[in-house]
Write a protein that binds this ligand. Sequence first.
Ligand SMILES: *Cc1c(COP(=O)(O)O)cnc(C)c1O
Length: 388
Amino acid sequence: MSQRPIYLDCHATTPMDKRVLEAMLPYFTEHFGNPSSINHFYGWEAEVAVKKARETIANAINCSTEEMIFTSGATEANNLAIKGIAEAYFTKGKHIITVKTEHRAILDPCQYLETLGFEITYLPVQKDGLIDLELLEKTIIPETILVSVMAANNEIGVLQPLKEIGEICQKNDVLFHSDAAQAFGKIPLDVQAMNLHLLSLTAHKVYGPKGIGALYIRRRDPRVNIAPQLHGGGQEKGIRSGTLYTPQIVGFAKAIELALAEIKTENKRQKELRNRLQKQILDIEGVHLNGHPTKRLPGNINISIEGVDGAALLLGLQSIVALSSGSACTSKTTKPSHVLKALGHSDKLAYSSLRFGLGRFTNIEEIDQVSQQVINTIQSLRKAAIKT
Ligand SMILES: *Cc1c(COP(=O)(O)O)cnc(C)c1O
C-alpha cells in the first residue's frame, strides 16, 4: 500500500501529539529517577515532574492533587472504582446501577461482581442513547451503593447529563462514578459542579501516550473509601501500588494542557467537519444516524446503513479509510454492538453500522475523500445485491 489510509478511528485511540512526545523524552533517559526515591536528586527530580503533572490534571477537573490516583488507563481506573467501592461498601448494600451502553471495562467488572453476590441493574437507554433520569431515580434503593454512568459513549458519542445524574445521586445519598475516557479534554468536566465522587480518565484518547490514566477519588464531603486492587510498595496513598511511570505521567499532563488550551476552537472545527461528512452521508437513502443528533462528541458520527453487509462495507473502504463498525475492544468478536442493540436495532442493522471518529489531525480534504468513497461503496454494494 503506497499511501496509508485516512485515520477516522479516534474513539479507539488517537495519534500522540509531537509536542507530547517532546515533553516526555527527557524522562526516559536523563531524568529517569524513581519518584519514590526520597534520598537523592534523581528521585526528587522525578517527583517534581509527577507533582506538576498531577496539578495540571487535577486542575482540569477541579479537584485537589490529593484526590488523583494514577493508573495504567481507564480500564484499570474503572476496575479500581467498581471493585474498590464494592469491597469497601458492601456492608452498606450490594446494589450497583450502571447502563447497558457502558464500555466493557465497566460491564465486565460488574458481571464479575454478580458472581460474588452483588446485584447490578443495567439501565436501558432511550432511542437517542440517553438515560431516563426518572427511571434512574426510581431504580435507587436503600442498598444502592454506586451509580456508574459514562460521560461520553465510545460508539455513538452521546453525552449523558452528568450534572443532573450527580444531583440525583446526592439527593439519594449514593456514590456517583463516571467513565470519562472519551470525554476528558473534549467536553468540560468539573467534579464539584457535577457532584462526582469518582471519575476515570485516560491519556491515549486525547493525543497522549497509551498506558496511563487516572482515577479521581473524592476525599471531602464525603470522604470516599476505596479498597486497593493492587497491593505492593504503597504508592498513590496505598490505593495503587507500583512505580510511577514518570514519562507517561508527564505526557498525560502535556496532552491535557494542549487539549484544554485548544478546546473551543478545536471543538468548533471538528464539529464543522463532522457536520459536513454527516450531511453528505445522510443524504443517501436508508442511512440513519445513531444516537442523539446534538448531544454528542464533536468528532463522532455513527450510522446504520440499510441493505448492505457491514463486513463487506468495511472491506470496500479499508484501503482508503481506517474505520470500525463498533468499539475496537469488541470488534474482534463477531457479536453485534451491545450499544446499538440497546438502541433497539436488530442484529442485522447493528452489523451494518459504521463509526467515524474525527480528530485533531483530520482535515477537510480527507473528509471529502471519505464521504465520496463511502457513498460509492454503499451504492456499488447495493447494486451488487440487486443483481444476485
Ligand atoms: C477507551 C475506553 C476505555 C479504556 O481505556 P484504556 O485507557 O484504553 O484502558 C474505557 N472506557 C471508554 C468509554 C473508552 O472509550
